[in-house]
Design a protein around this ligand. Sequence first.
Ligand SMILES: [Zn+2]
Ligand SMILES: [Zn+2]
Length: 399
Amino acid sequence: MNDPRKILTMSVSEMPGYGFDCPCGKHHSIDLNRIVSGKGVLAQLPAELETFKEKKILIVADTNTVKIGGDKVKALLDGEGFDTELIVLDTPDYPILLPDEKTVGTLLIHTSDDVGLLVGVGSGTINDLCKFVSYKMKLPFVIVGTAPSMDGYASFMAPLIVDRQKITYPAQYPYAIVTDTDLINTAPLIMKKAGYGDVIGKFTALADWRLAHKVKGDHYCDITAELVQNAVDECVANQDAYFRGEPEAVQKMNDTLILTGVSIGLIGYTRPASGSEHHLAHFWELDGIARGVEHPLHGNSVGLGSIASAEVYKIMRKRFEVVDSVNPPDPDMLRDIYARAGMALTPMDLGISPDLFNRSLNNGYRIRPRYTIFNFTKEQGMLPEIADMVTEIMCGGSK
Ligand SMILES: [Zn+2]
Ligand SMILES: [Zn+2]
């Protein structure tokens, strides 16, 4: 039997196909074919896709990612004799591409019978759309990342916007994840910050997981939690180098984003990557979509959400031993990290009004049926009171 701790020493590129029996009672496996990550790896794409050469390849990009990588991918594949078609998706009358009914429909229409593979070029919505549509069409898909902005590459679920609601649908793992750090390093700073926020948000996600384990008896895996925490700690240690664009630090961040997605696949649920900080982020995203205004990038919301959750933990751990026992992160420690990265520290920094912030603290837990510090606080009958306290702490006099 494999040593269950061996995975803690593996790089993410070594993980596809790996599996082991874990002391947590589960068999963990990484059902991905290939993770190709590193400097200049885009050049390997034609070789990686050799088995799909007989069929047509549909390359999917949006109006931004087509310029960053979509055209390049098409030229690269066409140059090697592949049969390709490039589709550029767009949401008219909205600042960014939305994964809604219309976009899904457009992509479905373009996925003709002779298409054998989808290649998504992007890092957020494009990935969600391709993994959903390819799953529905029973086709494989490959994602070529363009920014270190989120951790959804390796997840097998796709959040879509249906009837203006964000709903997570079953989808599939990509056949391969290809992230060229040269490409990713050209991403705008705001996207680099977003990826960083998505990573640092794991501090509260992991605390919520431990709390759900202790209070509700939810399944917990020490090794998966340690795998994620180690990678997060390394990103914190390399923070300055990452924002300076040093290739090794960018790769580390990128690999951590892939890894946290992999950790969801390992365990079969999203706990290692997503907790109350994500519920808050989703609440703000939905509010923006409902009002037809642009919401902050996912990872930047997650970063702020993790400060808010940590503030709730800080109050509750003084009153309840069980909360203290899950060792939640200190909000000021998170603030220090985000301040060094020049990231949002208050709701207003992200355009979230104190009123919306307060509502999200009171109602964010309703977004997912998943136990977090907010559910715990609600069960104690203290949620409105704590929400007001945290709003006051984070919004100051502007409430
Ligand atoms: Zn996230
Ligand atoms: Zn385990």
